[in-house]
Ligand binder design. Structure first.
Ligand code: F6P
Length: 582
């Protein structure tokens, strides 16, 4: 049974018929830009190719080619990608690579690494790769060499994290720091949260790390019950130092500290990481306790900068530099490997294939690793904030789908919750199963074996499925009548032919986690580059921020001053009534 029969990809033809295409193509902007994806012959070839393979089954391809696994798997250091259980042949890959070349992907990758203005709306580069290029001494942004500042910030992080760890940094009452609390949101939260959890086995046992991100005061209260103000360091993480949630939470914490400590001098308990130094100083953070950040680091790409300070404190700067080195190694692999052997490129092309030619809308991330609990959350921001876009670089409306819905859960939990839809539902959802070879605890081999077997059997079941005849046969053997077996087999058969990747890490280490995150960063970049969108801005988030002050005022003030749609107004009235009685 074929699962990709209908080509619902893009109604480009309908655009052509309506004449919209002609006007888009003849607009002045079309000159000197990446060719519109859907006008390329490589695009048409892929559409035709899809028709020829959409009635085929992956299982047959494995039977035809006993080396399919070797052909469609890659190994890079301690990371292996098996992408053989995808709806591809060798020809598919060649066609996809041709598409990537046709949109000048090699040049775009060079642009990224060399400080090109990849963030066109904000007119700046995205230089997260420079943050992990530890041997580099020179990289110009405009007239400024950014490398000395990067090295100086790493030195600052080392000096400070060492002081916390060796207890020479003391709280206001002379006690050593035991708890670190990161106050930040989005990229100033998810990267540190995900990595400190992932690498907790490398953390100093005497230290605990907590996170306050939500403006819901319950989040603050929860953390405050766990800490002692005399032994706690708060890190205010905000590139802009103006994010409402973060600044409100930081002000609340500052006021709380003032009531709890026998001194008004809070400088032993608060540091900041920001690109807006003057705002942090105005907030009351001493200048030498402000860690530099730069505009050319996107929030979702900032874990490699001083935003990684909670991680550096927890695991120590030597491990943190291993983490950077793992990402750097992935950068080199990405920058220099040919596309057919390039992990981020292959993963991106697979998603382009599903998204643009099979109308697939979602992508699931299922790590069979407790350490990677927050990896999916981090990827959600990375991918969805980067590639959830509706216009191309030059502002033209896109006639094709971009940005998948990223979701998931750690295995095995997801298996007992929503995998049913993967197996028998009607959506095709490509999945990345992330497996880890070595358990972090020596006594846990039995658990690890079950964990790995679970991930592998899910991927196998998705591909192989169970035919009606096999299901019926099983039922007959179990003693069901032919009539009952006929009925039940319809429910018990599993279609199969559903795609998944297996990413296999030998073990969880700072180096490997660094490489894993960088892999997905580059995958996201490649997709954006092929779609010709700006993966480094996030204007959609701004609208909500603009509306909020008017609604906030109308929730609080005696008079309603702004005009709202009827739904919002009704809800404001509802809240005001509750607020009045509380
Ligand atoms: O609102 C979205 C966003 O700008 C993210 O891109 C960013 O990671 C987050 O807010 C936090 O921003 P900041 O670090 O400036 O507080």
């Amino acid at each position: 049974m074929a699962f990709f029969e209908k080509n619902r990809a893009i109604s480009w033809q309908s655009l052509q018929k309506s004449g919209i295409l002609v006007s888009i193509l003849s607009s002045k902007n079309i000159k000197n830009m990446t060719p519109t994806l859907t006008t390329l012959s490589e695009w048409d070839i892929l559409q035709d190719h899809k028709k020829t393979i959409s009635h085929q089954r992956m299982q047959d391809w494995f039977l035809d080619n006993p080396h399919r696994f070797e052909k469609f798997s890659l190994k890079f250091n301690e990371l292996m990608l098996d992408y053989s259980k995808n709806y591809i042949t060798g020809q598919t890959l060649s066609h996809l690579i041709a598409l990537a070349n046709a949109v000048h992907l090699p040049q775009k990758i060079e642009q990224l690494f060399t400080g090109g203005e990849v963030n066109s709306t904000e007119k700046r580069p995205a230089l997260h790769t420079a943050l992990r290029d530890r041997q580099q001494t020179s990289l110009l942004v405009g007239q400024t060499n950014v490398m000395p500042d990067i090295h100086a910030t790493l030195d600052h992080m080392r000096e400070f994290s060492d002081k916390i760890r060796n207890q020479t940094w003391r709280g206001a009452t002379g006690k050593p720091i035991q708890d670190i609390v990161n106050i930040g949101i989005g990229g100033s939260h998810l990267g540190p949260l995900m990595t400190t959890r992932a690498l907790s086995e490398f953390a100093m046992p005497e230290l605990n790390c907590h996170f306050i991100s939500n403006i819901d005061s319950a989040h603050i209260h929860e953390v405050l019950t766990l800490i002692d103000p005399e032994t706690t360091l708060f890190i205010i993480s905000s590139k802009s130092f103006s994010t409402l949630e973060t600044i409100t939470n930081a002000a609340t914490i500052k006021a709380w500290l003032q009531t709890k400590l026998p001194t008004s001098n809070l400088e032993h308990h608060m540091v900041a990481i920001t690109a807006a130094k003057e705002k942090a100083i105005a907030f009351g953070i001493p200048e030498q306790q402000i860690f530099n950040l730069w505009n050319w680091v996107g929030g979702r790409y900032s874990i490699w900068s001083a935003i990684g300070l909670p991680l550096a404190i927890m695991i120590g700067m030597d491990h943190f530099t291993n983490f950077l080195d793992g990402a750097y190694a992935m950068d080199q692999h990405f920058r220099h490997s040919e596309f057919a052997h390039n992990m981020p490129v292959i993963m991106a092309l697979l998603d382009i294939w599903y998204s643009n030619f099979f109308d697939v809308k979602a992508h699931a991330i299922i790590p069979y690793s407790h350490a990677l609990t927050y990896f999916r959350a981090h990827l959600q921001q990375l991918d969805m904030e980067s590639n959830g876009k509706h216009v191309a670089h030059h502002g033209e409306a896109l006639p094709y789908q971009t940005g998948a819905i990223i979701w998931g859960e750690q295995g095995c939990n997801g298996q007992h919750a929503f995998h049913q839809l993967f197996h028998q539902g009607q959506h095709i959802i490509p999945i990345d199963f992330i497996l880890v070879g070595k358990s972090q605890h020596a006594f846990d081999q039995q658990h690890q074996d079950i964990l790995v077997a679970s991930g592998l059997s899910q991927a196998q079941a998705l591909m192989c499925g169970k035919s009606f005849l096999d299901a019926k046969q099983e039922l007959l053997q179990e003693g069901y009548s032919a009539e009952e077996a006929d009925f039940l087999a319809k429910h018990k058969s599993v279609p199969g032919n559903r795609p998944s990747n297996i990413l296999f890490l030998d073990q969880i280490t700072p180096y490997n986690v660094g490489a894993l995150i960088a892999l997905y960063e580059h995958k996201t970049f490649v997709q954006g580059a092929i779609w010709n969108i700006n993966s480094f801005d996030q204007w959609g988030v701004e609208l909500g921020k603009q509306l909020l002050p008017y609604i906030l005022a109308d929730l609080r003030d005696t008079e309603i001053k702004s005009h709202h749609d009827a739904s919002t107004q009704g809800l404001i009235n509802h809240y005001r009534a509750i607020r009045k009685n509380s």
